[in-house]
Design a protein around this ligand. Structure first.
Ligand code: NAD
Length: 500
């Protein structure tokens, strides 16, 4: 068991809580979920580090925000190239501390790099607007020709100051990259608080940014739990907070940060529906549903965890999906041929097993039971599980499981499926599989979700599009990524000019 502390990264270097006079407080054991082995200990109560990180970011802000946006982006161009060189290193780190397969870890890094590329468009995205001659200054006008004495108006987009990002465990490299590259490209300075379950790849991500030439203090990282989050989101010097995690914490962070006068965007949990129409391409359905329900061991906010089979689609869908799920090889994510890794930790495994027990108790038909996979019990493994004949009101239908459990409901029509889906308190994404343009259009029009997939199991928007859900899946206004991100990380300033 390792007692090595996870480093903080503040003012351009690796450091630790004791360097700022903090006492050794509670820690969280970072484990390899495939083996149960402890890799390191992450500080949970590093308030001194949080304070030092905000201070370093505040000191770096004047010079960084005055650096031309093109120069700020040059650091990100260099960083993108450096990440390509360290691609396998980062993917291997993710698999070790998170458990996902190497293919999934590579996807985690690749989608993160997409966000850096997008942030390099900050010079365009930050551009303001101008409307010349919006009025005439008659008091100083001594000629008939008023064109020289007009009043012009512009709106500039300017950086906010010190910004904070708080991230979940399920995409250790990508989710931080949703936040800080665009924030710093827009001229802000940043404090990242990664999940205490997977902090090691985030520390490396931040360290590589400095190797690429990001000046000291522009990007800082502090490990910690709830007390560190609460300290950061109410700090007088912090202007904006971006959060990704469960809905309960998202709502807490949103309300607390907003009450303290911060701008906040908080992405929360999900319970995503996939509607299977009888006319769908069956092979595409099975491929799409398997990837959506069991990819990343079901630990995705875009995981399709409910399938609604419409009409007689259940006749072929239920046996085929159970068969495909049974074939997924469960094991350590670093092993060749493994299709699904462990879940994040034993606590999560116990929670998922509890959900499966509840599904059986509530009368759903368990067509594939993943409670006892033939993998080392020291690892946090749960195999794919499929329930049929589920109904709203069952916990496996109403609550986010965040594990490899697919619940199948049956409805007679598309409209009945839409009504059931729209009763969910979540609204992250919804998917339809169909060969009918009419069905697809009806679904897209009426689905109360932020992201829609049409014959696509995981409709993850590329970085140029905004990412976020509706209802309890999102608290805020401006979404992550896309043009929304440049707006979220900047403030507008209107300038009205007249020359005598
Ligand atoms: P989590 O809410 O437990 O933790 C997220 C972050 O909040 C971590 O950094 C954690 O340290 C911090 N935190 C935890 N409890 C806190 C508290 N009481 N007060 C303040 N901060 C606290 O989430 P998780 O288990 O790491 O991640 C899984 C969740 O994230 C799932 O619900 C998933 O759907 C969601 N998620 C959502 C999106 C999205 O875009 N909507 C993306 C990825 C993950």
């Amino acid at each position: 068991m390792s007692s090595a502390r996870v480093d903080q990264f503040i003012a351009g270097k690796r450091t630790c809580e004791s360097a700022f006079g903090g006492a050794a407080g509670k820690t969280h054991a970072v484990i390899n979920p495939a083996t149960g082995e402890t890799i390191a200990q992450a500080e949970l109560e590093s308030i001194r580090s949080a304070e030092a990180a905000v201070q370093a970011a505040a000191e770096a802000f004047p010079a960084w925000s005055a650096t031309p946006v093109g120069d700020r982006c040059q650091a990100l161009f260099r960083y993108k190239n450096l990440l390509e060189q360290h691609f396998e290193e980062l993917a291997t780190m993710i698999t070790r501390e998170h458990g996902k397969t190497m293919a999934e870890s590579r996807g985690d890094v690749r989608r993160g790099i997409d966000c850096i590329e997008f942030a390099c468009a900050a010079p365009t995205l930050m551009m303001g607007k101008t409307l010349p001659q919006i009025a005439v200054s008659t008091s100083f006008c001594r000629t008939e020709d008023k064109s020289g004495v007009g009043i012009d108006s512009t709106v500039d987009r300017v950086p906010l100051g010190v910004c904070v990002g708080i991230t979940p465990f399920n995409f250790p490299v990508m989710v931080p990259l949703w936040m800080w590259p665009m924030a710093v490209a827009c001229g802000n300075t940043f404090v990242l608080k990664p999940s205490e379950k997977v902090p090691l790849s985030a520390v490396r991500e931040v360290e590589l940014a400095h190797q690429a030439g990001l000046p000291s203090g522009v990007l800082n990282l502090v490990t910690g739990g709830a007390s560190v989050v609460d300290h950061l989101i109410t700090h007088a010097d912090v202007k904006a907070v971006s959060f990704v995690g469960s809905s309960r914490v998202a709502q807490h962070v949103y309300t607390t940060a907003a009450a303290a006068g911060k701008r906040a965007q908080c992405m929360g949990g999900a319970k995503n529906y996939m509607v299977i129409m009888p006319d769908a391409n069956q092979d595409a359905v099975i491929e799409g549903v398997v990837g959506s329900a069991f990819g990343n061991s079901g630990q995705r906010c875009l995981a399709g965890s409910i399938a609604i089979a419409v009409g007689d689609a259940a006749d072929w869908f239920v046996p085929r999906i159970a068969e495909a799920a049974r074939k997924i090889k469960v094991g350590p994510g670093g092993e060749a041929g493994v299709g699904m890794g462990p879940v994040i930790d034993q606590q999560s495994k116990e929670r998922i097993l509890g959900f499966i027990d509840s599904g059986i108790r509530d009368g759903a038909t368990c067509v594939l039971d993943g409670r006892a996979p033939a993998v080392s019990p020291a690892g946090c493994f749960v195999a794919p599980t499929v329930f049929d004949k589920c109904r709203p009101g069952m916990r496996i239908v109403d609550e986010e499981i965040f594990g490899p459990v697919l619940s199948i409901l049956r409805e007679p029509t598309l409209d009945a499926a839409l009504a059931t889906m729209n009763r969910s308190r979540y609204g992250n994404m919804g998917v339809i599989f169909t060969s009918s343009g009419y069905n697809a259009r009806r679904f897209k029009t009426h689905a109360q979700v932020g992201m829609v997939g049409i014959n696509v199991g995981v409709p993850a928007p590329m970085a140029v599009f905004p990412f976020a859900g509706w209802k309890q899946s999102f608290f805020g206004d401006l979404h992550a990524n896309g043009e929304d991100a440049a707006k979220f990380w900047t403030e507008s300033k209107v300038v009205v000019t007249r020359w005598m």
